[in-house]
Ligand binder design. Structure first.
Ligand SMILES: [Zn+2]
Length: 394
């Protein structure tokens, strides 16, 4: 009998998806020097050189390109470098990560990876908000400019220039995921018209994009493993672990572990987004704790008080207990974290369509997320949005 004989598998079924390398954090971050091999959902016969597919394509300019904006829009019509090509098996994991074409391939893979996750939360494909004008998203792999931006029909990636070493944002999953977050949000809420620069829409957009980056990052198995092993399963980032947060190599976690409340922020959009991002992260950690307690991996007293006020000896006791449980059953911790991540991610995604971009307030956005969350998640979100002074207590 040849039960497992499958011609499609043997010849490498093109419909199974396409392999890429992604660095979950930029490769200069200690512990993240090696990329992860990921399977993206797009079939190999739907993806061409560039890479390019029916919804997006990457360009890499030969000469310095001016960033888009004002009156400059895609498509790019200057001289392009030769498009990156897949290997003979039509997968894109054939390129040297130090090579120039890898920038294009990595940027593409990051965008697709994030879209795969958020499409799954939404339960349907994301239609670009600009698709009446530009059918496809243009990803510009490299611009000599210390910024990254997503806009009408494009996502372009510059480089950071700290210490004289240029570090392309094309290798920075965090930055790319954040920019894709902006595109997802606009595609779901629609584009606001006639609102001013300090409307809450922009702060929410920053908060949502940071949450997209954080939650998408938590979809790398290797990243979750590293995070849990380093902390021995203890994501309680307050007190002692606040130091962990500040020195955490994961950019997303540094941003999300903040103590800011609305009474302590300015009108500047990124500053004003911080309490919202904090509430999202706290809710993930709270749900994670509930799951650990339910599975006998943490003491139930953990759920009884505000963790921000945890005394030193209580914290130490908790840390010791979770470390012991983590040594024995790490998979419980991993499952707890992925379920918490998805409960919050899904509520965030589903809330978007219920928001009016022209009148949006942070309080409305918070309420919309709570409304789309299930019991325990809704309760934790509400408590955390209240503590952050984004909504009043009900
Ligand atoms: Zn942003």
């Amino acid at each position: 009998m040849r039960l497992l004989r499958d011609d499609a598998l043997e010849s490498g079924d093109v419909r199974l998806g396409t392999r890429f390398w992604i660095f979950p954090q930029p490769p200069f971050i200690p512990g993240y020097e090696q990329p992860d091999r990921v399977w993206l959902s797009i079939a190999r016969d739907e993806i061409g050189a560039g890479p390019s597919d029916p919804t997006m394509y990457v360009v890499d300019a030969v000469y310095d390109k001016q960033p888009y904006g004002f009156n400059r829009f895609p498509p790019f019509d200057g001289a392009r470098r030769p498009p990156a090509r897949p290997g003979p098996d039509r997968h894109f994991d054939n390129l040297d990560p130090a090579s120039r074409p890898f920038l294009a391939v990595h940027a593409y893979a990051c965008v697709r990876f994030v879209l795969d996750i958020w499409r799954s939360y939404l339960g349907r494909p994301i239609r670009w908000f600009f698709d009446q004008t530009f059918p496809r998203l243009e990803i510009v792999a490299f611009v000599d400019w210390d910024n990254a931006q997503a806009g009408y029909g494009f996502l372009e990636l510059g480089c950071s220039g700290i210490g004289g070493i240029k570090r392309p944002y094309a290798l920075n999953f965090d930055t790319i995921a954040h920019e894709v977050g902006h595109l997802i949000m606009l595609s779901e809420t629609g584009v606001p018209s006639g609102i001013s620069r300090d409307d809450d829409f922009f702060s929410f957009s920053e908060a949502f994009s940071d949450a997209v980056s954080l939650i998408s990052f938590l979809h790398f198995d290797s990243a979750i493993d590293r995070l849990l092993r380093r902390t021995k399963g203890n994501l309680l980032l307050y007190n002692e672990l606040n130091r962990f947060a500040e020195t955490s190599p994961e950019t997303q976690i540094r941003v999300a572990t903040n103590f800011r409340q609305m009474s302590a922020v300015t009108r500047e959009v990124h500053d004003r987004a911080l309490p919202f991002v904090g509430a999202i992260f706290d809710s993930i950690v709270d749900l994670y704790h509930r799951d650990l307690v339910a599975n006998g991996c943490a003491d139930s007293s953990l759920l009884d008080f505000d963790l921000r006020d945890l005394a030193r000896d209580e914290f130490d006791r908790f840390r010791q207990a979770t470390a012991e449980a983590f040594r024995v059953k790490p998979l419980i911790f991993k499952r707890a974290l992925t379920e918490a991540r998805d409960a919050i991610g899904q509520a965030l995604a589903l809330s978007l369509r219920t928001l009016d971009p022209n009148t949006l307030t942070l309080a409305q956005a918070a309420s919309a997320i709570i409304a789309k969350a299930d019991g325990a998640a809704a309760e934790r979100l509400e408590t955390n949005f209240v503590w952050r002074e984004i909504i009043g207590s009900r």
